[in-house]
Design a protein around this ligand. Structure first.
Ligand SMILES: Nc1ncnc2c1ncn2[C@@H]1O[C@H](COP(=O)(O)OP(=O)(O)OP(=O)(O)O)[C@@H](O)[C@H]1O
Length: 283
């Protein structure tokens, strides 16, 4: 089976500085894949290469079965994109934004109107069709971006930090939409700073740091590699972490400690593993 997205030894150099380095991974059709990493890790640059906004300096990229250099238009027809900066036009109505995008993609009427209605309904914006986009909340604008990205029936959806700047409730609502889309079969690549977002949504997670992929796998794989159980100890103003294969093993270790003050056990999460891996937290 052809991978939905495939990168082979991809690099990007800006002003002689490598910002993405020897990056190789594949995303299967139907998969929800997350790219996680601190500011400047190279996540956005990677997405920009995948969606043909910038050319790789080295390596080979295929999206939806097409080489991004040789079949740029085919790639663009087959992808939906939601970028970090809100790219909808505030002075146009919700419908006008959708209509404009539909025309750009040469979707004929009446199919275009049907598709606009379907996706506005899906993201619960049908009743705001006539509203100017500048009157929408941040979460609504993001939902409009998603509806627009889906209008031309893409095979792969790219979401660059889809929930950045949104309140927790709005974020949860978007998570439901993203998860539902994936359950309907959409292949999704998203980037995020939020550990719980990657953990909640993604089948597999690639952790990037300083332009490189430093770990790749499922949460289960990470937990079995680094440990499911954790002992956390307050040491002055710092927390010390010790991994164990299971929570039971962590509990058993805690029992052996003569002084248990400020010490607790719990299941490990992605943030613990990230810190273990990189020696620092995401901010
Ligand atoms: N057009 C550009 N010209 C020069 N340098 C760039 C350009 N775009 C990105 N960079 C640099 O490349 C590096 C990676 O940036 P990138 O935006 O891909 O990281 P990121 O992981 O997406 O970070 P963030 O989470 O902050 O968006 C950074 O050091 C950035 O300054």
């Amino acid at each position: 089976m052809v991978a939905a997205v495939s990168l082979e030894r991809v690099g990007k150099v800006y002003n002689k500085i490598p910002v993405v380095n020897d990056l190789s991974f594949e995303i299967e059709a139907g998969e929800m894949f997350g790219l996680l990493g601190p500011n400047g890790a190279g996540k956005s640059t990677t997405i920009r290469m995948l969606i043909t906004l910038t050319q790789p300096s080295q390596g080979r990229i295929e999206v939806a079965g097409y080489d991004i250099n040789r079949h740029r238009d085919r790639v663009k027809q087959n992808i939906g994109v939601v970028l970090q900066q809100i790219s909808v036009d505030g002075d146009l109505s919700v419908w006008e934004n959708m209509e404009f995008h539909g025309r750009m993609h040469h979707i004929p009427n009446p199919k275009r109107q049907k598709s606009i209605d379907r996706w506005l309904e899906y993201v619960e914006l049908a009743d705001r069709k006539e509203s100017l986009v500048k009157t929408l909340s941040g979460g609504m604008k993001r939902r409009l971006q998603i509806a627009r990205a889906l209008l031309h029936q893409p095979q792969v959806l790219f979401l660059d930090e889809p929930t950045v700047g949104l309140d927790p409730q709005t974020r949860r609502r978007l998570w439901e939409i993203i998860r539902d889309l994936n359950r309907q079969g959409m292949t999704i690549l998203l980037t995020t700073h939020y550990m719980e977002e990657a953990e909640f949504l993604c089948d597999r997670i690639g952790i990037m740091d300083a332009g490189q992929l430093i770990e790749l796998g499922t949460m289960d794989y990470f937990r079995s590699k680094y440990g499911r159980g954790l002992v956390v100890k307050q040491a002055g103003d710092r927390l010390e972490y010790k991994f164990f294969p299971t929570l039971e093993a962590a509990n058993a270790y805690l029992e052996t400690l003569p002084d248990k003050t400020g010490t607790m056990t719990r299941l490990s999460n992605l943030e613990d593993i990230f810190v273990e891996l990189t020696g620092r937290r995401l901010d």
